[in-house]
Design a binder for this molecule. Sequence first.
Ligand code: MG
Length: 536
Amino acid sequence: MKDQWYHTAILYSLDLETYMDGNGDGIGDFGGLTSKLDHLSGLGINCIWLRPFFPSPLVDDGYDVKDYFTIDPRFGNPGDFVDFIIKSGALGIRVIIDLVINHTSNQHEWFLKSRSDKNSRYRDYYIWKEEITDEDQEENMLEEGGIWNWDDEAGAYYMHHFLKEQPDLNIGNPDVRREIKKIMGFWLQLGVSGFRIDAAHIIVHESKDELYDFLGDIREFVNRRNHEAVLLAEANVEPEDLNKFFGEQSQSRMHMLFNFYTNKNMFLALAREDAGPLRESLGKTQKINGQWVNFLRTHDELNLEMLSDDERQEVFRAFAPDEDMKIFGHGIRRRLPPMLDCNRQKMELIYTMMFSLPGLPLINYGEEIAMGDDLSLKGRESVRTVMQWDDQENAGFSSAPESEFAHALIDSGKYDYRKVNVSMQQKDPGSFMNWMERLISTRKHSPQLGFGECFLLENNQGSVHSFCNLWGSEAIVVLINLKGEDCRVKIDQGKHKFGSLSELFSNTDYQSVEDIKNDIELTAFGYRWFKSDIKK
Ligand code: MG
């Protein structure tokens, strides 16, 4: 179990549309992505999470799927997909794809048949009601109003937790489950290493045991077809409910979950310059049965829903003071560098923090070069601008005129592609990208961080987060100073008996420390990783 590849993977998420346009039509595609695999391999990425590339009316950025068995022609054809899989594999990069099974597009043939004929076998693929009460109308996830929408053709209401163009599938129907397995089997056969289950917390919304069992059922299916394949779920729920997604007793459902809980606490801790929220979060998330995927920002908003109102306001004050930086009342629609005023020390600190947590790290495209955002764009488009490859016309993304781009290009201000791009950072040894490459490489050479068990270490500074990851007879000790002031910290080694410390990674050249009992120096927003033996 413990030798699974996903314990030491470095994940990278991207959307084809914004990554690299290979055929000059202004839309990123498989040909373009394949031509950039060397960049990812050079960074040290060994798993790509690819966002939806299926035919779609695109009312929700491709998360409204019209056909699960092929590729949107804008991105290429199935041959281009296979070519991409083969070349990724040759570079040691696995691929996980999005599986959107909470809902389909209302243009999917199942829905068209479901609404047009009450007696069709597809009727029960969706959830219909002829009458609804006010109580039925729970709040929708993405738009104003409730989750039931009247359909004239069907003469009934259908359920949709997201947009009305995204009717919810009836996962309780065994025929729907069979269809889902067929979709998974198809893509596994084409070489993917797993799936990211979109909106898993909504699929099991009714909290019915049979729906949780469905998660176990698809895991069993996926691993029967490919014993190395993984399921990664999006489940933004309270920590006490998370084990239901992993499997209560043993890990029998999802292999991995996004660590939403720690994500918001990292930002709260940084806003307060206080390690308290991180200590609490480590306490609550370390007793979980499965593997975490840690992240800072994704292609969505930074979701702060589960913080209290006061805590959320603290984070807003620090990182999104203006109204147009916020979204949906609980989120931030900015990329990380503008949130941190492009403060290199703080950026290094928070990435080092994220990379040292139990679980595996995920970076979103463009994070490696500290790309910015464009708040003049609508909604979440602000963080979905095209990848900045070089300082040539169109940032090297496409040969099409910019007016034909599917997504905007940042061509003014501090984050202009002529100032922030891959090519420039490749040549500069002090660039953020080169720093990120070193972080990834150190992390990959420190299996204790992926496999180890994590323990909090008490210390005498409120702003310092200290913990260790233990694996066999070795440990990595992590110290993070969240305050903009230098300090000296005294670590309580607790029940552990550390041997001599050797410095693995740090923000500056510190005086060496041999014994954990000594005072340890940390600069403002400083960080240090030490390796140590553990004495019996
Ligand atoms: Mg194209």
